[in-house]
Design a protein around this ligand. Structure first.
Ligand code: NAD
Ligand code: UGA
Length: 473
């Protein structure tokens, strides 16, 4: 359906005698559930993916991806024999070994994770559990500390209310995939974390992941066949620690980005170049080069909500988390800094036309949840500017969110920059690097680039006659 993906067929390796094929149900066919379901099917399990969103399931049944994620449709086509879709749990769960929960846990107004979707799924699953059944419930949704333990108890209480005796266990198995690289990350995770209190349930989840842990799966054909990665590490721990590993990881990554953005602000003042600072810092193995790319700040469906949820949990203990608080503050002010740069260059935004390139919260996805780009478009409109927006895949998702007479949705970069007073790079899509900037310059009213993602070559663009402003450069 999207971006002309190649459809290929895959063969699943079965000679591995340590691998036991399981019947797996994945509940929630979003970014996490769908990618998990597809990869589990590819490695040989029999997978049923369930989502209450009928439109999503209808598309999936036709082999079309409801979200943009590289290689998703090729993967869908390749594992159809092991993968089916539906909108409801089957009447009986008797043949099911593992149910994976991957529904959303968005932020509530007060910052808590909203558990309503998980709660509903727990009720649905429990109502289908039969007498003497063995079942493992794997929690992949990001849930507050203590949730798995609490749900384990709740399931057992609900079962005893129904007078059903069954052997149901929980395993916390947080997900670490990144959007835009979701299929790749699902095949090659750095680590797999399993938290629980039952060795046999943990053993079954290890078996589910056996082909990934031992890299015995057949690599999909479109992946670089010479690609070498080390085996993922397996972390076995208790429920609470598994839950904390997830929140701490996201909070740390968000903090790392905010740290480099804070340094970028000072680079702007003193005249240093943040790109070289990031390289110079990242070469220290103790620091590592990831998540040191300065720009407009972090968005997406996870860093904002998970840092909020962690603060919410801490508040229950009157425990302050000043580092996370600072990371969030820096992230918010980053948008203001970039807006000030636009004001500095245009003086008055009212009446000006600004082209905003990129709407998704990062490249490689059509997800606009908590996208910094979307927020900045809204602010420019509030300041009286008009905005022409372009994104290779996220335009449709943004249409409702940004519906305004002052926002013009464009189907190409060239259409967006026509007569613009300035162009803002808000998401670092490769396409923006490859466009002919000489042609762009001819069509703009004034050749001003605000590179909110430090994507472009400052020197080359300056030589072309652009006024170029990055973040910390
Ligand atoms: P999503 O919003 O893309 O998908 C969730 C899906 O669950 C939706 O399609 C929704 O219709 C479905 N759903 C809701 N209630 C349901 C029910 N009762 N039965 C069946 N389906 C139901 O969410 P996501 O981005 O995939 O995230 C899922 C969870 O994984 C969240 O807790 C998130 O924090 C976590 N997570 C997300 C990512 C990511 O990159 N998106 C990465 C790691 C962890
Ligand atoms: C993040 C984590 O990286 C995943 O491990 C985790 O599973 C996921 O959240 C989750 O829990 O949902 P994701 O949000 O998909 O994944 O994307 P990232 O690549 O982490 O980027 C998040 C935000 O940080 C984006 O807005 C991105 O533009 C920004 N970012 C990232 C920077 O500004 N600079 C960087 O150096 C890196």
């Amino acid at each position: 359906m999207m971006l002309g993906e190649k459809v290929e067929n895959f063969v699943v390796k079965r000679e591995d005698d340590q691998f036991k094929r399981l019947n797996v149900i994945v509940i929630g066919a979003g970014y996490v559930g769908l990618c998990t379901g597809i990869v589990m099917a590819h490695i040989g399990h029999s997978v049923l993916c369930i989502d209450i969103n009928t439109d999503k399931i209808a598309l999936l049944e036709q082999g079309m991806a409801p979200i943009y994620e590289i290689n998703l449709e090729a993967m869908l086509a390749g594992c159809r024999n092991n993968l089916s879709f539906t909108t409801e749990l089957p009447k009986r769960l008797g043949d099911t070994d593992i149910v994976i929960i991957a529904v959303g846990t968005p932020s509530k107004e007060n910052g808590d994770a909203d558990m309503q979707y998980v709660d509903q799924v727990i009720i649905d699953i429990t109502s289908k559990i039969e007498e003497a059944q063995d079942l493992i419930i794997v929690m992949k949704s990001t849930v507050p500390i203590g949730s798995n333990q609490e749900m384990f108890r709740r399931v057992n209480n609900l079962l005893s209310d129904r007078g059903v005796q069954a052997n149901v266990n929980f395993v916390s198995n947080p997900e670490f995939l990144r959007e835009g690289k979701a299929i790749y990350d699902s095949f090659y995770p750095d680590r797999i974390v399993v938290g629980g209190n039952n060795d046999s349930a943990i053993g079954a989840v290890k078996n589910m992941y056996y082909p990934l842990l031992n890299k015995t799966f057949i690599m999909p054909q479109y992946m670089d066949q010479n690609f070498e990665s080390s085996l993922p590490s397996l972390v076995v721990t208790d429920f609470l620690t598994a839950e904390m590993i997830k929140y701490a990881s996201n909070a740390f990554l968000a903090t790392k980005v905010s740290f480099i953005n804070e340094i970028a602000g000072l680079c702007d003042k003193v005249g240093a170049d943040i790109l070289d600072v990031s390289i110079g810092m990242g070469l220290d193995n103790r620091i590592g080069k990831g998540f040191l790319h300065a720009g407009l700040g972090w968005g997406g469906s996870c860093f904002p909500k998970d840092t909020l949820a962690l603060q919410s949990i801490a508040r229950e203990y009157d425990y302050e988390m000043p580092i996370i608080e600072a990371a969030r503050t820096i992230n918010t002010r980053q948008i203001i800094f970039v807006l000030r740069k636009i004001q500095g260059l245009l003086k008055v935004i009212r009446g000006k036309k600004i082209a905003v390139l990129g709407l998704s919260y990062k490249p490689g996805t059509d997800d606009i949840r908590d996208s910094v780009s979307v927020e900045i478009v809204k602010r420019i409109v509030r300041l009286g500017g008009s905005v022409s927006v372009y994104d290779p895949v996220a335009l449709d998702n943004a249409r409702k969110e940004l519906a305004s007479d002052s926002v013009n949705f464009c189907s190409s970069i060239i259409c967006a920059i026509e007569s613009a007073d300035a162009v803002l790079i808000a998401t670092e899509w490769q396409e923006f690097l490859e466009v002919d900037w000489r042609e762009v310059k001819l069509k703009m009213r004034s050749p001003i680039i605000i590179d909110g993602r430090n994507l472009l070559h400052k020197k080359i663009l300056s030589e072309m006659g652009f006024t170029y402003v990055g973040v910390g450069r």
